[in-house]
Design a protein around this ligand. Structure first.
Ligand SMILES: [Ca+2]
Ligand SMILES: [Ca+2]
Ligand SMILES: [Ca+2]
Length: 126
């Protein structure tokens, strides 16, 4: 009987400390803050594509998510709570283009950015 009470108390402490983790809020992921980049036009899922969780800054796409994305992106989908700024050169230089929340850019050649992007920033907030 006494042992059961002690065990119960220990389990209670364990649960308490798990919920009391101080940095829970910092780790919260904004599920509406993302941008998805596609190697081909029209969001072709049969070619390489990857969802980028924001906020983030990628100074070079040379080795992003296991492949060289430099000068490869041809279409982009922007999440409902994200802005993406893309740059024609690395380190956020060259021509800059900003895409707003929910934007679906199916062919970046229309925006003179087809196969040009080498760095980008994703910020959260409408
Ligand atoms: Ca294709
Ligand atoms: Ca391409
Ligand atoms: Ca470029």
């Amino acid at each position: 009987m006494r042992l059961a009470l002690i065990l119960g108390g220990l389990m209670g402490v364990g649960v308490m400390s798990a919920y009391a983790a101080p940095d829970v809020e910092l780790k919260t992921v904004d599920k509406a803050c993302w941008a998805e980049i596609y190697e081909d036009t029209d969001f072709d899922v049969n070619d390489p594509h990857v969802k980028i969780q924001g906020p983030t800054q990628i100074a070079t796409l040379k080795d992003y998510s296991g492949r060289n994305w430099n000068n490869e992106i041809e279409s982009i989908v922007v999440g409902p709570n994200a802005h993406i700024k893309v740059y024609s050169d690395k380190d956020f230089k060259g021509t800059e283009l900003e895409l707003t929340p929910n934007k679906r850019a199916n062919d970046l050649s229309k925006l003179n950015m087809s196969d040009e992007i080498e760095s980008l920033k994703v910020t959260c907030g409408g």
